[in-house]
Design a protein around this ligand. Structure first.
Ligand code: AMP
Ligand code: TRP
Length: 323
């Protein structure tokens, strides 16, 4: 049986990029016969120096949202990272198998060091991410395209540990859908849709109303050609909308082009807005129900199970290292 691990930071509100790049695939995997761990990686969020109240409510919101999105809890464990301190312990161990040069090459580090100031938390962030993945010995990691480099680093770290101490860790593979792996801002289609973006009109949030969603799509930036054709180089805006429509409806870019070959952009934008709104609205209404419930009720014994699995790996690592 395959073990799947993935994580999401509770920094700001969950957006459509998180759903299509990650959570939608988590839901699919949770309905297959895997052992799945989906983690709200709150220790990673400390890199942004969040306000404690905001962080606390974002953690709870993100955990409940994963349940509302439809992750099957029969095969999956959902938990907050900071409640399983073994993640951080393994991170220390694994930092000894990661080179400074490797961390310096991480594009996300270079981008974030500019905006957050370059503290060592942002620098060593990928080692903690590798620990998240390896603590449960995951084989598969469903993430968006922005995480490819971090996954490669995780494999290098695992391989280096294994070369020294025997075959302890599997070499995890990245997985993603055919589309929706890198959603762009609706206002600045050259930039990634992200939680930290100040450009709220370029991002679709999980709790946006149908009205807001329609407005954001109607005012999304496209080009003047008015032909619904996927061309990532010269038609970034419209390609992004095609990608969103394809991802939600599980069809290819070509099928979207065919469906809308006689449509003007105005009509297509409305269709994309409606499809997004139809996708998000049942998730949001389930979330509103869960919001009233106690988090520990929602998650049951998930945390205990995550702890047991993590401790098993730590016991093995300690014994192998002679600790
Ligand atoms: P984060 O919000 O950075 O914690 O990301 C959580 C998950 O969402 C990761 O798997 C990311 O790769 C994915 N993700 C974040 N932003 C996007 C985006 N704009 N398009 C597709 N996937 C994304
Ligand atoms: N770095 C990821 C992001 O920014 C979040 C993350 C942390 C993660 N640990 C992980 C994703 C482990 C997958 C597996 O999106």
């Amino acid at each position: 049986m395959k073990t799947v691990f993935s994580g999401i930071q509770p920094t700001g509100k969950v957006h459509l990029g998180n759903f299509l790049g990650a959570i939608k695939n988590w839901v699919r995997l949770s309905n297959e016969k895997n052992k799945n761990y989906f983690c709200v990686v709150d220790l990673h969020s400390v890199t942004t120096h969040p306000n404690p109240k905001d962080l606390n409510s974002n953690i709870e919101q993100t955990l409940k949202l994963l349940v509302a999105a439809g992750i099957n809890l029969n095969n999956s464990i959902i938990y907050p990272q900071s409640k399983v301190p073994q993640h951080a312990y393994l991170s220390w161990i694994l930092s000894n198998f990661c080179q400074v040069g490797e961390l310096q090459r991480m594009t996300q580090y270079k981008e974030k060091a500019d905006s957050l100031g370059s503290h060592s938390g942002i620098f060593t962030y990928p080692v903690l991410m590798a620990s998240d993945i390896l603590i449960h010995k995951a084989n598969e990691v469903p993430v968006g395209d922005d995480q490819t480099q971090h996954l490669e680093l995780t494999r290098n770290i695992a391989e280096r540990f294994n070369n020294n101490y025997g075959n302890v860790f599997p070499l995890p593979e990245k997985s993603s859908g055919k589309s929706g792996t890198r959603l762009m801002s609706l206002k600045h289609p050259e930039d990634k849709m992200s939680k930290s973006s100040d450009d709220i009109n370029g991002t679709i949030y999980f709790d946006d109303s149908r009205d807001t969603i329609m407005k954001k799509f109607k005012s999304s930036v496209t080009d003047s050609s008015n032909v619904v054709k996927y061309d990532i180089d010269s038609k970034k805006g419209i390609s992004n909308l095609i990608d969103i429509y394809a991802s939600i409806n599980d069809i290819s870019h070509q099928e979207v082009e065919r469906l809308f070959e006689n449509s003007q952009y105005g009509e297509f934008k409305i269709a994309v807005g409606e499809t997004v709104s139809d996708y998000l609205s049942p998730i949001y209404s389930d979330y509103q129900e869960l919001e009233k419930e106690d988090l520990s009720q929602v998650l049951g014994n998930n945390l205990d199970q995550a702890n047991d699995s993590a401790q098993e790996t730590i016991n093995e690592v300690n014994s192998i290292l002679g600790l």
